[in-house]
Design a protein around this ligand. Structure first.
Ligand code: GLU
Length: 429
């Protein structure tokens, strides 16, 4: 998942939005409102490092829309973070919450940093500094952050603690993805990966394919990917290739095992950022291939579950003829150029803001539980999640079938229509 500095995710998000606005004949005022974020914040976070020096980190929060409810979305820690990436991700959150039909808007945050090279104390200082800058503009009824790329429940708890210290009260609904027992929800960790596989299950049913006869190749081995593989394996599918980022060599590597990867075995040789140890994998019988090899494997299903801009005009033709379904666990993995090729080849795509909506849907359940101060059993959470994801999937696939739309376009039509209606009903446009 090497970074490409020339790629601008916000341009991509806007191009997708413009296409769907044309499709539904959206009026100019609503179009102008939804093309840009409602608000954004850029700030500096000074941190005393372990060696005694002070380092200043750049932080962002973009609130794209709060028409349907408080802004909602994760905070990413990434060395190549840009404000345009955060803007795109904030916009995608608006569509994600709308397609999942939960009463939340869209936002995203980021800090330019690499947690691989930061101690726990330094990361805590960044989290607390982020909240010191943003505390007036986030909160349970304003904007609700969550984990994302390279952030986790501990980061969320530090942020909550800083917020509560400043505000002088307990506000567990201010942030989601918290540790279980500290306001977190059972099932939240699994939710994004499981949600993607619930969608996949429904798609395979519609396509008349038996999941037990399928194989898959997965990009990324972080939280989303690991739980997607776990559930897909339990349903009887077989993952034969996983690609993950190798920090030491600063490139991604694919791990290939034609008779199926062993999830627990791979997890045992993986760091907390999803980096698999190539030497140990080789000893365990995995073939070590170049990073992009996950894309050309002879499989039925591809699951990009790493970061944006991974299936592009430059590599889309490598996708094997056998591939029938792409399930986008990551946000923005497929560029519009590559999308046109998937469409032409008749590959069934489950688009990102539908496929990975399980995380934020469970975040919504977490807020509900915090508000009630009553926490549900894991099975209750997962059953509710399955019901929500299945309903969201069918609202999109029914429209796609009836109007003969590509799945991404159908998802946009459903989501943009809902958000536009909220803007209209509030009298904004
Ligand atoms: N960061 C996750 C996403 O992109 C989850 C957001 C949330 O739970 O608010 O969907």
């Amino acid at each position: 998942m090497a970074h490409d500095a020339s790629f601008n995710p916000f341009q991509m998000a806007r191009a997708q939005f413009d296409k769907s606005a044309d499709l539904i004949g959206l009026d100019q005022g609503t179009r102008d409102l939804l093309r840009s974020p409602l608000r954004e914040f850029h700030f500096s976070i000074p941190v005393r490092m372990d060696d005694g020096t002070v380092k200043v980190f750049e932080g962002f929060r973009v609130q794209h829309s709060d028409a349907r409810g408080p802004a909602k979305g994760g905070i990413r820690f990434h060395p190549q973070e840009t404000v345009d990436t955060v803007r795109a991700l904030a916009m995608w959150m608006t569509w994600k919450c709308a397609v999942a039909d939960i009463p939340l808007g869209g936002g995203k945050g980021g800090v330019i940093c690499d947690p691989h090279n930061l101690s726990a104390r330094e990361q805590e200082a960044i989290c607390r500094g982020w909240i010191r800058q943003m505390n007036k503009n986030v909160g349970p009824v304003e904007d609700v952050p969550a984990p994302d790329v390279m952030t986790n429940p501990q980061h969320m708890l530090w942020m909550l603690d800083e917020f509560e210290t400043i505000r002088g009260g307990r506000y567990p609904g201010m942030i989601t993805g918290k540790p279980v027992g500290m306001g977190g929800s059972l099932g939240r960790t699994e939710a994004t990966g499981y949600g993607a596989v619930y969608c996949l299950r429904e798609a395979l049913k519609e396509l008349g394919i038996d999941v037990k006869s399928t194989t898959a190749s997965v990009q990324g081995f972080g939280n989303v990917s690991q739980y997607a593989i776990e559930l897909y394996h339990r349903m009887g599918g077989k993952v034969i290739c996983v690609s993950s980022w190798n920090q030491a060599e600063q490139k991604s590597v694919s791990y290939y095992k034609p008779d199926g990867v062993d999830l627990a075995q791979l997890q045992a040789i993986t760091d907390r950022f999803g980096g698999i140890d190539p030497a140990k994998a080789r000893e365990l019988g995995y073939e070590i291939l170049p990073g992009e090899a996950w894309l050309d494997r002879e499989v039925d299903i591809l699951i990009p579950a790493a970061i944006e801009n991974q299936i592009t005009g430059a590599n889309v033709e490598k996708i094997n003829k056998r591939v029938k379904v792409v399930v986008e666990g990551a946000n923005g993995p497929t560029t519009p150029e590559a999308d046109a090729v998937l469409f032409k080849r008749g590959i069934f795509n489950i688009p990102d803001f539908l496929a990975n909506a399980g995380g934020v849907t469970c975040s919504y359940f977490e807020q509900v539980q915090c508000n009630m101060n009553y926490f549900w059993e894991r099975d209750d959470v997962l059953n509710k999640l399955d019901a929500k994801m299945t309903a969201a999937y069918h609202s999109v696939s029914d429209l796609a079938r009836n109007k003969k739309l590509y799945m991404r376009d159908a998802a946009y039509v459903v989501a943009v229509n809902r958000v536009a209606a909220a803007c209209r009903d509030r009298g904004w446009v």
